[in-house]
Ligand binder design. Structure first.
Ligand SMILES: Nc1nc2c(ncn2[C@@H]2O[C@H](COP(=O)(O)OP(=O)(O)OP(=O)(O)O)[C@@H](O)[C@H]2O)c(=O)[nH]1
Ligand SMILES: [Mg+2]
Length: 307
């Protein structure tokens, strides 16, 4: 069979500092909400795959937690996730933020990529922002990763979907030939339960302040899926979920619940709206709060939720 013989297939690790727009970019490239996004740094905690199928073949984007320097156990675990993605992927998409000057933290990310420079493409994001400095970042990339020429350096705005096609063309050009990893009907390989916890977490992060976005995680405690029965009047399958927002300390529970339960109600309703857009089911969500004392220091919890 001639057709399909020269199709490309590659894993692309999307790497960079926190908040540079990696998840926003992956969502735009995939044309679906694959990863949650927020203004809070270190929103992404897992390697999240978004799949793109084009005439040229399949690219599997692996969104990763932003690389930040801290010796805390939680941060080290996040860095393991992005380090693994760098080692295991065929291509690295190094995302930088045009609105921020590259300091020591950016230099650490670039240093990690030096051994992989041959398979790295750089994307300078947020070019829509006032004061976006491409020249400064281009010079930085030239110094840190001299192997990356202009043909592998792109100016983009993930938010406005600008510069994405040229970037994709370069990624496909660098990708090896091969058979697709996933069926064409998939745009992500995330489990339903994980996606539900992420959507709830996104809505919680958006509404909570200070330390709380970092101090919480979400877990599904129970769920029940009811398929459409042959003689049922309902045409939609139903998913019932009980989930917990888990905070570190007893004193944080009140802030998540809010006055008269207003905060948790707002999180629940916003999450439900997003979930109903993603899944073609009737969804009921029972959302509660509990304490997982100092969970960010607990190896078992970290192993369970950061993968
Ligand atoms: N102006 C502008 N803002 C952007 C752009 N891309 C992302 N953002 C914003 O930057 C913030 C961080 O975006 P994310 O996509 O969550 O960033 P990230 O790199 O995935 O962050 P972590 O998961 O924390 O590492 C959000 O407020 C986005 O709306 C862009 O092209 N232009
Ligand atoms: Mg992210």
């Amino acid at each position: 069979m001639i057709e399909g013989r020269h199709k490309k297939a590659a894993f692309v690790a999307v790497v960079g500092r926190p908040s540079v727009g990696k998840s926003t970019l992956v969502n735009h490239i995939c044309g679906e909400k694959v990863a949650i996004v927020s203004a809070v740094p270190q929103t992404t905690r897992n390697a999240i795959r978004g799949i793109v199928n084009r005439e040229q073949g399949q690219l599997v984007f692996v969104d990763t937690p932003g690389r930040h320097h801290s010796e805390k156990k939680f941060n080290k675990k996040l860095m393991e996730v992005s380090g693994r993605a760098v080692d295991e992927s065929d291509i690295i998409l190094y995302v930088l933020d045009a609105s921020r000057a590259p300091g020591p933290e950016e230099a650490e990310v670039a240093a990690l990529l030096v051994p992989h420079a041959e398979k790295t493409i750089a994307a300078v994001n947020k070019m829509d922002m006032k004061g976006a400095d491409y020249a400064g970042l281009r010079e930085f990339i030239g110094q840190q990763l001299p192997g990356i020429g202009d043909d592998r350096c792109f100016q983009i705005s993930a938010k406005n979907n600008e510069g994405i096609e040229a970037l994709l063309a370069a990624l496909y050009a660098l990708a090896p030939e091969g058979d697709p990893f996933y069926g064409e009907e998939y745009y992500t390989d995330q489990e339903v339960e994980f996606r539900i916890t992420e959507i709830i977490r996104e809505q919680a992060i958006k509404r909570l302040r200070q330390e709380l976005p970092h101090a919480l995680y979400v877990e599904v405690a129970d769920s029940e899926f009811t398929a459409v029965e042959e003689h049922s009047s309902s045409r939609q399958p139903k998913l019932w979920v009980r989930a917990f927002i888990v905070v570190e300390r007893e004193s944080q529970k009140g802030m998540v619940v809010g006055k008269g339960g207003e905060m948790i109600k707002a999180i629940r309703l916003a999450a439900l709206k997003d979930l109903r857009e993603i899944f073609d089911w009737k969804i009921e969500l029972d959302l509660r709060v509990k304490t997982g004392k100092d969970w960010r220091h607990n190896d078992n919890t970290l192993r369970r939720i950061i993968k």
